[in-house]
Each structure stands twice: as structure tokens, then as C-alpha cells.
Design a protein around this ligand. Sequence first.
Ligand code: FAD
Length: 377
Amino acid sequence: MKKFDLIIMGGGIAGLSSALTAVRSGMHVALVEKEAYLGGIARDCFHTHICGLFKNDDTRPFTIANPGLCSEIFNFMLDLYGNQCLVKMGKVETLAFIQKDLWHYFHQQIRLDNFCLFEKSQWSNMVSGNGKIQKITIATPKKNIDLTAAAFIDATGGANLPDIVAKEGTAPKEDTENSTQLGGYCMELKGEPNKDLSLLVPYTAHKIVKQYNLNEYLRFVTITHNRLSKTHTLKFSVKTAEDMEKCAFIFQKLNQNIKELAKLTLLTSSRKIHLRSSQQGRQIETLGNEETAVKSYWPKETWNIDAGTQYEYCEKDHPFCIPVSALKDTLFENLFLAGKSIRVPDSIQASTRVMGACMATGEQAVIAASNYLKEKA
Ligand SMILES: Cc1cc2nc3c(=O)[nH]c(=O)nc-3n(C[C@H](O)[C@H](O)[C@H](O)COP(=O)(O)OP(=O)(O)OC[C@H]3O[C@@H](n4cnc5c(N)ncnc54)[C@H](O)[C@@H]3O)c2cc1C
């Protein structure tokens, strides 16, 4: 059995932030990722703007919401791109970036001597005892391997650990039907059109969905332009994997209707659909009043079939304060939570799942884990 100080399950933006923080603190770390690539949703949906990084209080240059890793990544990007990366979208401030630069940064910063990556490896089972996770089993491409650690971080974004304990050996399932938000499927397009497409694309998509009698939720299509990479990300709202075909159909019709869109080159599409909401049964009713670990200034998002996504903005200096307890599991004392996996009320889950907040909770989950280990030592 391989032993580590910390095992992080899930290599999305939150898991990578945890890995970087833990490796720097000298911990012997394992990162387990089921896909052949790191970056999770942020990578497979070709994000070009980090949301939830700033206070959104109309200051320039934008004020960072959380110090530490978020501030470090902000400064790295500001040095690289200059003020061009500071992008206001409606009422919110975001950081534009180029995909390869972000992943390269993590890759460079995570030192290899105390870090072990298990790619294409799915955590599939775990054994608990005395209120702790004792060991986990991961299915690697070659064989099953048992791993153990003093502490664990769940950064899987959607899997449900207690569920795994209950049904030994069951892989986490994806359940889009019961989601409180729509899932997403994205396409990355290259090129600079002569026209702003941000209103034309959603408007035309609306008409296409009506004309061809497609599911109503498919009409919420957006397009985001990134000047740094000269790319556009087309985001479709979906519920099931079958919707991917319908997205391809809508895309074809959009190209037939919008000449400037048809001039762009389709670079790639998501490998699968992605959930916006967390599937964990760990959501809580209200946030506790204790010490704040992470501040989230991103608006509350609620979705309904008539109006699409509605935003409720935070008032100046009134962020959602995520307490340390939101990053701790209630069943296992040595299990900590990061990114989409944290315990927050359902109503603010969308506010805490954006990349900026995921980086901050990824970092803070490691701080909580190392405090726990110090107390136990
Ligand atoms: C369509 C869409 C568009 C979005 N747009 C933006 C945007 O523009 N800007 C922004 O800031 N945010 C955006 N978000 C939100 C943001 O991308 C995600 O919420 C965030 O990236 C989640 O990060 P995470 O690390 O918590 O989870 P994930 O990215 O889901 O990472 C979890 C990782 O765990 C792995 N995993 C899962 N189960 C297992 C297992 N059993 N064993 C091993 N590994 C496992 C997964 O493969 C994945 O790599 C968007 C979300 C969606 C769905």
C-alpha cells in the first residue's frame, strides 16, 4: 500500500490548487484524476475568463477577493497580459486568460519530488474506521491500487463519497435530471469576426430552438470572446449527454444564419457535458458564523425555464463568507472539501463554484487539513 500525507481526489482547478498548496508546504501528496487530462470542467469547457476572483466593486485595477494563491495567479496573469486581462462583463469583473498559460503555470509550480499523479485513475472504493478514511482504492489503467494518507481532499466536483462508502465499489454517478442548474457543453472557435456576436448568437439560437421544436432549455446559448487568444467560447445549456447532438445541430443552423459566425473555425468541442451544480448530498441550510476561510463576491445564480439564469449581485463589501466548516466533511474527520464539493447552501452554490472561488477553497482545504494534522500530532 502506498502512503502519503495527503491524497487529493479530482484534478480540476480546485484539486490543482490544493495540490500546489500542499506540495509547497512540504507534504507528500497524491493527486488522483479519472481523466487523461488535468483541469476538469475549466479545461474541457475552454474557459477564457476566471470568475469570482475579484470584489466586483468597480475599482481599477480590480481588487482581489482572496489573498494567497488567487492573488499569485492574478499577478502572474497581469504580468503576462497587462491590463488587457481585466475584463468587466456586465456588472462583474473577470480575469481573461489563455488556457495553456494557466495549466502550464500549475505544471511548472508543482514540484515532482513530493508529488505523485495518478491519471486515468478513478477512486472507486474506500475503507473507513474510527470516524476516518483509512484507505482508498483507485482503479488505474493497469490495476487496482490501495492508497492511504493522514488526510484526504475531495475535489471531485460531483462525486458523493458517503455514497461510495454505502455501496462499496460503486462508481459515482452523474445525475443531470435532478440538478438545480443546467449542465453545459462548449465549443471553442478561432477567429476575429467584424461584428460583436454576444447578442446575436443567443437571439438566433432562441429562434432556431423554437423553429425546430427542440427542448426549451436548449435555447440558452451564449458566446464569449477572448481578445488575448482570439477565440470564442460557445456555451450550450444541456441536461443529458444526448443533447450533445442537438448542440451540433443548433451550431450548424447558427452558422447558416449568422455569416460572421460561419467565418470562425471550430477548433474543438467538450468531450462530454458538464454539470454546473454539485451532485453531493452535502449542501447545508445556512452558513455558520465562524471564521471565514473564503469570500465569494460572485452573484447568486438561479435558473428557471422562462427567464434562464437570473443574477442576484452582492452589495459592496458584503460577500458570501465561506466558513472553515464548509470545507470539512461531517462523516470523516480527516476528509476536507474543495471547489464544487464544498458544503454551502444550495442557493449560493453557483456563487462558490466559479474558478476564483474554487482556487481559494482548494488552497484553504489544505490549510484546514494541515491544521488538523498538527492538532493530531
Ligand atoms: C458550462 C460551464 C461554464 C462555466 N463557465 C465558467 C467561466 O466562464 N468562468 C468560471 O470561473 N467558471 C465557470 N464555470 C464554473 C467552473 O468551471 C467550475 O465550477 C469549476 O471549474 C469546478 O472546478 P472543480 O475543480 O471544483 O471541479 P471539476 O472541474 O469538476 O473537477 C473535478 C475533477 O475530479 C475528477 N473526478 C471526478 N470523479 C472522480 C473520481 N471518482 N476519481 C478521480 N477523479 C474524479 C473529474 O474528472 C475532474 O477533473 C462553468 C461551469 C460550466 C459547467
